[in-house]
Design a binder for this molecule. Sequence first.
Ligand SMILES: [Zn+2]
Length: 343
Amino acid sequence: MERDRAETKPGRMYWGAISLVPIGLGVVIGLIFLVMNNYQYSQAAAKPAPKPAPIDGERAYGYLKTICAIGPRIAGSAANTRQRELVKAHFEKCGATVRDEAFTASHPRDGTPVPMVNLVGSWNPDRSERVLIAAHYDTRPYPDQDPNPAKRRDPFIGANDGASGTALLMELANHLKDWPTPWGVDLVLLDGEELVYQDGDEYFLGSKEFGRAYKERRARDPQSPRYVAGIVLDMIGDRNLQIAREPNSVELAPALVRDVWGVAASLRSRVFVNDFGRRVLDDHLPLNEAGIPTIDIIDFDYPRWHTTGDVPEACSGASLAQVGRVLTSWLAVPKPAPRTRRR
Ligand SMILES: [Zn+2]
């Protein structure tokens, strides 16, 4: 995932402007915002969300450690394949129908072909209305943001950036077999999110290919399964997890952001916060372009981002469990009645 280079900082501009007006007025405006925010929050919380699945945070953290023990999992590497095989076997054990969606990308450094695979685990594959929960499973080639320049070509383990999303998908898989959701659920490992060596290299190869294949299937056969919603998980393992609404998600899939944060408020989640986070470019953008309303659940305020410090010790099972609880509760929200029935 990368920072949106076009990112403006409206929050800072806003506070800068406020400081120019008399302090009394600033306090009044601040109070109004506070009341409005609290009002929205309690309104969302008023609706009781369905009971979440008994997500096991320690087990999820165990998956994260197992994945990290494989080592760097760069797209096209043997370690990347080993990780995928491990998840595939787990998904199958949990009752999923699993398929590989293989494709070939070209290496950003020399143009050689790089084999890549998006892995799709489907629960209730017969249901035509589906929900997509995805995470990238490749790791960045190098920890190029390490504070120590001498370490910027060291191995990058990606405990939060790579393993955390994958680990939570594995934990979710344990609960999906008989989970009372009205939708078919696809858990998807996306490849090639950041086979990036330098500025200008292409991001999101897996989600672009996934979106392309989905659009092609839908065009060929309009009766083929349709995604009603998509959720991308990225950097959700941080010990100090705080997930704010990501602005691109709010603009592209506002109802989904509202629903998920509403469930989080109802469950009194400590990690979903009623605030706007930083605008990020991530796998949710190609999925939205493919017609799947998709949000990014991400905490981008992580000082160890793209450093050698992104290791399991910086992550926690409790953080993963918080996200898993919200997702399983959201999955169990009854499907709205089809419009034709309301007449
Ligand atoms: Zn990254």
